[in-house]
Design a protein around this ligand. Structure first.
Ligand SMILES: [Zn+2]
Length: 405
């Protein structure tokens, strides 16, 4: 690989941030919104945009916009996010941001003059890793979550979004739907590493997105009786950890019984969490996804009834509460087909992963480009994309921008 975009075997932009937010305990990266690591990424983005003479602004909801030309209506916007899941990979999010900056740089290098405003965007808290609601920045921007609901969300330390936003220099009272920022978007194109194995067999480094599965998050709280691990006989217990273990298996069984469904418990909290303590409460978070809104709702209803069955007789109670919901996203088929055609007939591909583009779809014309992931692994330190494929992604984005500007 001799392309000037590449340094140390990866896109140079990814190489520049390779040391930011490294998580030695989990492996990979933990880059959560408004933490020192994420702030460092914002500074890196601002400096890199400045090198392209883009003007960077932070909107009322903490999203970053780097403008090529004066901000204005009918803008072509591209970008993604810089935050990560706990122990995430190097590509999910940053690949879209770096590719967007590189595509703009390549246009500039050829003396291209855009006929519409162009912006590179970085959406805040896409993963929802700190405050629990995915795509928080784009949801606030588009009004998909109310400002009051967002302000009250808390992180693991009890810090609210309002407090964290204020500490980051935002005015929490100004969080919420931003018609001015939204009204400037004429077209949003998000490039993203594929989070599945769809492109492996299609023999193409890139694809255009067709749809996103319905998905949401639910908090499963199992309550029992906290007690002494030595003084409480096995038959006298109301142990929520044991009940929660049965509940997690019930979640898996429900998903296995539904076509194309996925349900995951990837996070649990045991209260109080002592080795010689029978817990009083367990919180487990359920991520559930399926092909249609109705089948996802049916899956969650099935989870609920199987969970109740699983904990029955344990002396514990279980409660399932919705924390976030995203219906099926169908990207504009005409736009997707047109962009796929502009790229020489690349495939159209559905995905099971949520994205800011999915939140904005419906509010503004939206499309996505996927870059091949040779293992399909994502949300993991092993997440990967070949340098050649990343360059193909930048070139695809450049081609698309050229075609609409
Ligand atoms: Zn992502």
């Amino acid at each position: 690989m001799t392309d000037g975009l590449i340094a140390h075997g990866r896109l140079a932009g990814l190489d520049e941030i390779a040391g930011v937010g490294v998580d030695p305990a989990r492996g990979g990266y933990s880059r959560h919104v408004w933490t020192p690591a994420e702030s460092e990424l914002r500074e890196w983005f601002t400096a890199r945009a400045a090198r392209l003479e883009l003007d960077v602004e932070t909107d009322r909801n903490g999203n970053l916009w780097a403008w090529w030309g004066a901000p204005g209506p009918d803008a072509v916007v591209t970008g993604s996010h810089l935050d990560s899941v706990p122990g995430g990979g190097a590509f999910d999010g940053p690949l879209g941001v770096v590719s967007a900056l590189d595509a703009v740089a390549r246009l500039q290098a050829t003396g291209f003059q855009p006929s519409r405003p162009v912006a590179v965007v970085v959406f805040a808290e896409e993963e929802g890793s700190r405050f629990g609601v995915a795509c928080l920045g784009s949801r606030l921007l588009s009004g998909a979550i109310t400002a009051d609901a967002a302000r009250a969300l808390t992180d693991a330390d009890g810090v609210t979004v309002a407090e964290a936003a204020a500490a980051a220099g935002l005015a929490p009272e100004h969080l919420g739907r931003d018609d001015e920022a939204l009204g400037r978007i004429g077209l949003f194109i998000e490039l993203h590493v594929e989070q599945g194995r769809g492109l492996i067999d299609l023999g193409s480094p890139t694809a255009v997105a067709s749809s996103i599965l319905a998905h949401g998050r639910w908090r499963l709280r199992v309550s029992g009786q906290g007690n002494h691990a030595g003084a409480t006989g096995m038959r006298e217990r109301r142990d929520p950890v044991v009940a929660a273990a049965r509940a997690v298996i019930a979640v898996e069984q429900a998903a296995l019984a539904t076509d194309d469904a996925r349900a995951t418990v990837g996070r649990m909290r045991i209260v109080p969490g002592g080795t010689n303590v029978i817990a009083s409460e367990v919180d487990a978070w359920v991520d559930a996804r399926a092909a249609t809104d109705a089948s996802t709702r049916a899956l969650v209803a099935d989870i609920e009834s199987r969970v109740q069955e699983a904990v029955a007789g344990s002396g514990c109670t279980a409660e399932l509460v919705e924390e976030s919901w995203s219906g099926v996203v169908e990207f504009d088929p005409e736009l997707a087909a047109r962009l796929a055609g502009t790229l020489g007939g690349v495939p159209l591909l559905p995905t099971g992963a949520g994205h800011d583009a999915g939140v904005l779809n419906g509010a503004v014309p939206t499309a996505m480009v996927f870059v091949r992931n040779p293992t399909g692994v994502s949300h993991s330190p092993e997440e990967f994309a070949e340098a050649d494929d990343c360059v193909a992604g930048v070139e695809a984005l450049e081609t698309l921008l050229r075609s609409v500007l």
